[in-house]
Design a protein around this ligand. Sequence first.
Ligand SMILES: Cc1cc2nc3c(=O)[nH]c(=O)nc-3n(C[C@H](O)[C@H](O)[C@H](O)COP(=O)(O)OP(=O)(O)OC[C@H]3O[C@@H](n4cnc5c(N)ncnc54)[C@H](O)[C@@H]3O)c2cc1C
Length: 355
Amino acid sequence: MKEFNYIIFGGGCAGLSLAYELNNSGKLKDKTLAIIETRKEYKRDKTWSFWKIRDHNFEDCVIKSWDNFIVSTKGKSCKISNDQFKYQTINSDLFYKKIINQISKNKNIQFLQNINEVNTENSVIFNSVNDHQYDPSNFWQHFKGIEIETNGDVFDEKVLTLMDFDCEQRNNLHFFYILPFKKNKALIETTWISTLDDPSLKDYDQQLRDYIKNKLNIMSYKINFVEEGAIPLSRFQEDPNDNTINIGSLGNMTRLSTGYTFLNIQEHSKFIANNLGNVKSLKTFAIPKKYDFLDKIFLKVLKNYPEKMPNIFFNFFSKTSKSSIRFLSNKSNIFDDLLIILKMPKWIFIKSLFR
Ligand SMILES: Cc1cc2nc3c(=O)[nH]c(=O)nc-3n(C[C@H](O)[C@H](O)[C@H](O)COP(=O)(O)OP(=O)(O)OC[C@H]3O[C@@H](n4cnc5c(N)ncnc54)[C@H](O)[C@@H]3O)c2cc1C
């Protein structure tokens, strides 16, 4: 069996980001790394978007940036400027190609398909493979998106729709998300936050067809790309006796209120590369506790008052704009936090806190 200094289990977003960071920072000049990944080929499977609140390694994989976004609910809509922190979208195909192209030049890095091929005894192991059982009490952000192309120009390519709640809610939280890449090309997603126990919410194709036809008034289009997924909005408990360092979604890099994960994965990868000499410290990186605390209250409000959530989100963005972006990107200061708390309906948040 082969031995390696480092093993990354799962070569997806987190595994590859970490491999890139380790390689880039020179940590693999005289150390070996195995990436255990089951997929046989890398292709476009995800569209990662986020507010660019800090620099990252993948500026050349950004396919579009926006300075403005819209949030709408029944009867009202607001346009918010985010020119200070652009909203960026990364195509996963470009991301995979960039990393694989770079790390394949280093002979100390090997891709393998099966963990049984390696002796893990003396290695530092990073794990992003989530084999946890589905817990029906937890919330998930689940969605399906299609990138469509139309014959004529129909989209305002300068403004993305972050959340359009003017749609059926079915006693859960539902919105549409539109990333207009060009005047005739956009990714349109139907997104739910639910506990995944109601399979009827998954008639995604029908939801997309209805929205495109009845709301966007687009009658004919071709579909270039489809993405579907479910992001767990819950925390995974780590075994304190296990030395494995969890990364990615499994490493709790997801914001519980929104599913944003990509930039947290990048920050975690940098932290690991900078602190590799002190393996014990590698488990200490986490999204700051205040965000988990506030996000959990938010999910409780969602559980108890789903019908109030479209308005809560609308007010969150329309009344606190720049603070809300910093808050969702883990960069809010005390004034941002206070402003957000002041603008929320206090009574239902307090009741949910104690429920
Ligand atoms: C469709 C989709 C869109 C998303 N969009 C955004 C977004 O816009 N913004 C954002 O911030 N976050 C987004 N996320 C959330 C998050 O950024 C992604 O889920 C991200 O890919 C998480 O990275 P990861 O490495 O934890 O998981 P993954 O990227 O899923 O990587 C896990 C890897 O493990 C491999 N694997 C699985 N089983 C095994 C096994 N037994 N042995 C070896 N390898 C195995 C898989 O093939 C995969 O490559 C999105 C998620 C999804 C699903």
